[in-house]
Write a protein that binds this ligand. Structure first.
Ligand SMILES: O=C[C@H](O)COP(=O)(O)O
Length: 329
């Protein structure tokens, strides 16, 4: 990557863009959507090998990655205390002396992502920081609770202070090709969220094929999704590069035809700094600079921050610290 890209990486401002209003379901467009799996696999395989950045450039890109993390706690044993510690980490993601050495004081994560029950605790803990709270909703992770309860859950999370709602789609609508049902569900979920932004979790590891991923991505965008997200983190296979390429090419297609920009959130299993760098290079090359800002790109990750902090520690001090010195992220 060039110095020019590294300068872009160090910038933190959010870009404003009009919210996706959605459109009528276009079944012809959905039917045309394909995914050339061998070509996607070749492109995915070429990304890690060719996109290395080193030294200061790498540190700048890693700071950029931190600003794009939805710092996540989604465990059955989450407690208010753990969520408060997570929020403290979101406010101060890296040791102050390291941030000072990097000239990155004030850096925070993109958001904190929790279950509904923890929204109020997170909102209180982040008060004044400007860091949004995202709630996973609609019967996360399977999305199989009664439909009216799933819609009500969105409203409850918004009322509790969540400004972003990560909904799970009904995988069966994709697996049975019932695009109308998926579209209607997504429209109603978007409506239930009101002004809160909606990330549609496709749970791609359960959709059977990349073609289904491409089609489900399009339908969710047509129905007004603000972001499309790969996974809950609970499927057997979560974020992968081929699935991500399929989704971001659907995003490009949607922008070409409608003019609206949709965000992308790979989530689940992204835990290493070097993986984050590959994702950022992919976003830059496939969609361009606007998708390196938190309004259009997030990592859904519970342990990525710890590895990034460790790499930054090494960059500044020359020594690797033990992973257990970077808990909660
Ligand atoms: O949405 C976020 C994911 O659940 C996080 O998954 P992870 O714990 O594998 O990083």
């Amino acid at each position: 990557m060039t110095t020019d890209l590294t300068r872009a990486a160090a910038q933190l401002p959010q870009l404003a863009h009009p919210r996706n209003p959605g459109m009528a379901l276009d079944l012809e467009w959905v039917a045309q959507a394909q995914a050339n799996a061998p070509a996607i696999a070749r492109r995915a395989a070429s990304l890690p090998a060719t996109r290395g950045v080193k030294k200061d450039h790498q540190a700048a890109w890693l700071c950029k990655a931190i600003s794009l993390i939805d710092l996540t706690a989604l465990s059955g044993d989450d407690t208010p205390g753990r969520v408060r510690r997570l929020c403290a980490k979101a406010r101060q993601p890296v040791r102050p002396d390291l941030l000072a050495a990097l000239g990155m004081e004030g850096l925070t994560t993109g958001a904190v992502c929790v279950y509904h029950e923890m929204v109020e605790t997170a909102v209180r803990a982040l008060d004044g920081s400007g860091i949004p709270v995202a709630a996973v909703s609609t019967g996360f992770p399977a999305g199989l609770s009664p439909y009216r309860l799933r819609l009500a859950e969105i409203g409850e999370s918004v009322a509790a202070g969540a400004s972003e709602i990560d909904i799970v789609i009904s995988r069966r609508h994709v697996l049975t090709g019932d695009w109308q049902a998926l579209y209607d569900e997504m429209c109603q979920m978007r409506q239930a969220a009101g002004s809160a932004h909606v990330k549609a979790i496709l749970a791609t590891g359960e959709l059977g094929s990349l073609r289904n991923v491409a089609r489900a991505s399009l339908v969710c965008m047509m129905a007004g999704a603000d972001f499309i997200k790969t996974s809950t983190g609970k499927e057997p296979v979560n974020a992968t590069l081929p699935v991500s390429l399929t989704m971001i090419r659907a995003i490009r297609d949607y922008q070409d035809r409608t003019g609206f920009r949709i965000g992308f959130k790979p989530a689940g299993g992204i835990s290493k700094a070097k993986e984050a760098l590959v994702y950022l290079a992919m976003m830059k090359e496939e969609l361009g600079h606007p998708w390196l800002q938190p309004d259009l790109f997030r990592f859904g990750a519970s342990s990525l921050l710890g590895d990034i902090e460790r790499q930054l520690d090494h960059h500044v001090t020359g020594c690797y610290s033990a992973a257990n010195r970077h808990p909660l992220g």
